[in-house]
Write a protein of this length. Structure first.
Length: 333
């Protein structure tokens, strides 16, 4: 109908990446090790959105649902230089120290809604929320032994349910000047590390990252709409920050892990202006400026300094080879 619209958006995405990484950034000589990655990702998404546009009522709405079915895998091979390690040619897979494939299966469903209430001709309130339920599972296979990697119970399946609310107030005293303010909350999904198919009992999962904050600003048009000036300030707090850490494993080889390592604060100002001088046809002038300040407030799994003892705070990431911890927690004001 003229007041109600229903939109259905179907998406399909597929990506393939082949990379080989020089293990120690050697220059003219061949590196002792190299990492070969064969990464695939594909996903199917479906969204339904119902929206209203009532001109004779003060309230309008948007309702919808979203579904995602995804899969990503990394076929990883750690290669050794046969000139430095001739015996590697006799390995089950010649040249390979580690070889395996890790696969993540993703299923996500969310429902969302928003109400927009025109309190007065110049004032609008908008509030909405998204509810999401996501499940991810990890399966790993060792290509050298030709056997599945049996992960510790409860570490190969994760799920999360969360709410992401938002609220916005908009004041438009004229049709060329708007003041707005918004507060909101959102999440980045947790997942699994699939860089290297390491054996159990390592837990390769990490949880959701959460952000809360808001912004205020203006949008304006001047000189018969020839000049537009937009200005906004924002402030956000991140919790459960997903951070990459190099961690030694049982064989002494570095493993890139992702941890919910800490908390961070970010705030700043965005400014943008566009001008189309009426006296010069087809001339457009644009300027944009951003000032941003971000700072960790807490960060886990920071490498310990040389000689740091456990009683001095070096008490995270226990390394089986040395029987000692290798990281600490950093607290910032």
């Amino acid at each position: 109908s003229p007041e109600i619209s229903l939109a259905a958006t179907t998406g399909y995405y597929e990506s393939l990446a082949d990379t080989m990484i020089n293990g120690i950034s050697a220059g003219y000589t061949g590196p002792p090790i190299a990492a070969d990655n064969h990464f695939k990702r594909r996903e199917f998404t479906q969204e339904l959105r119902l929206s209203s546009d009532f001109t004779d009522l003060p309230v309008n709405f948007s309702l919808g649902a979203y579904y995602q079915d995804g899969k990503m895998s990394n076929d990883f091979t750690l290669l050794s230089n046969a000139a430095l390690n001739p015996g590697i040619l006799l390995a089950p897979i010649p040249g390979a120290v580690i070889k395996g494939i890790s696969t993540i299966n993703i299923e996500s469903f969310s429902a969302f809604g928003q109400l927009r209430w025109q309190l007065a001709e110049q004032l609008e309130l908008a509030g909405g929320v998204r509810w999401q339920h996501e499940k991810r599972g990890l399966d790993s296979f060792n290509d050298i032994t030709r056997t599945p990697i049996v992960l510790a119970p409860g570490t190969n399946r994760i799920s999360s349910k969360n709410w992401s609310p938002e609220f916005t107030i908009t004041y438009t005293p004229t049709d060329t000047f708007t003041i707005f303010g918004a507060i909101k909350q959102a999440y980045k999904s947790g997942s699994f590390d699939i860089v290297i198919p390491t054996p159990p009992p390592l837990d390769k999962s990490f949880g959701d990252e959460k952000v809360q904050g808001g912004e205020v600003g203006i949008k304006s048009r001047w000189f018969d709409r020839a000049l537009s000036i937009d200005l906004a300030g924002y402030y956000y707090i991140y919790k459960g920050l997903q951070t990459g850490v190099n961690e030694p494993n049982q064989n002494g080889l570095p493993v890139l892990r992702t941890f919910n390592a800490g908390k961070a604060r970010i705030y700043g100002i965005d400014f943008e202006a566009k001008d189309r001088p009426p006296a010069v046809e087809s001339l457009n002038l644009n300027v944009a400026l951003n000032w941003n300040k971000s700072r960790f407030q807490k960060l886990n799994n920071v490498p310990c300094w040389g000689g740091q003892r456990e009683q001095d705070g070096c008490n995270q990431i226990f390394v089986p080879v040395t029987q000692l911890p290798a990281a600490q927690q950093a607290i910032y004001p």
